[in-house]
Design a binder for this molecule. Sequence first.
Ligand code: UD1
Length: 361
Amino acid sequence: MLIDIIAGARPNFMKVAPIIHRIKKRQQEGGTLQYRLVHTGQHYDKKMSGSFFEQLNIPEPDVNLESGSGTQAEQTAKIMVRYEALLLEKPCDLTLVVGDVTSTMACSIAAKKLNIKVAHVEAGIRSFDLTMPEEINRMVTDSITDFFFTTSETANRNLYKAGASKEQVHFVGNTMIDTLRANESRLQKPDVWDQLGLQEKKYLVMTMHRPANVDEEAKLKNFMDTIIVNSGDFPIVFPVHPRTAKVFEKLGLNSEKLKLVEPLGYLEFNYLVKKALAVVTDSGGITEETTVMGVPCMTLRDNTERPETCEIGTNELIGTDVNAIPSAMQKLLSGNWKKGGIPELWDGKTAERIVSILEKL
Ligand code: UD1
């Protein structure tokens, strides 16, 4: 069976890596699954893409659709047209998509319309916030998925409610955590550590890139000013996503405490997170990693598609009203943040479970 594995944007790369490694291992043991790695080109910079392939030892993509940037519709259309052309020329037996980015949705539609079965890794999670492009991607993808691989019981329930059958839903755990577990001993001190004179547990890590938080200049400035004022003496290390960088350029933020740095590689970013006092973010994936590393995490969003990071892990949603920031920051800095546990099956063996199910299809 030939499986297309789709990777398009930064948060996809750590999710496909362990699946590819497992398939290759099984091939050495005589397994018959074949795969073709398709990079859609949604993220194309070395810092957003290439460095993840190198660090996570992901083989060169077999195909790069080079779709690049654009509006949501442009990007979706480009990926669909190019992936469809590939499938028409060289079909596969199953298309495996991960996560919730535009590439995930676009490739699942193109495949399904050619009657190719679709498997979705990280299926079923929902924020129920349709202002997020990712939520639309999740809903559309899951509505045409044949095999669901899930990270939580909440995801399973969401899928059953939407009409999925027990045979289709496989609760396997979290491939992003497979990658974290596999690389925990390889994390690398980033150059900025010495350049900024960072010390363990004496700095914050911050990331923000959601359109709802960063696209409006005044709103982003208000967030940043409030966080800076309430961060005590701790430096805030902020690896800046290209979308956020465009807005920051216009804001002219200047604070000694705010350390803006380029997007970091996987090994460097997680080194910083592991040794941080706390993380402030609007990302979903990072809340899973902080949960597993036991690092306090404050999320600047009104909802999450990953409720287990709050119910079990170290994450807390504080919303998008800046008035909630001062008291939350105080709790974060004083060490009174809640302690967390690790969600079921986030044990580093998810890819093994996925590949063994794929082998039986
Ligand atoms: C995408 C995902 C989001 C994920 C994020 C991680 C969707 C809908 N969103 O958002 O879920 O959390 O990736 O990064 O798929 N750009 C570059 N270099 C690149 C890639 C993009 O400069 O390599 C620029 C683009 O030109 C664009 C901006 O970054 O202006 C946003 O890129 P885009 O792919 O549209 O979505 P993200 O915001 O990165």
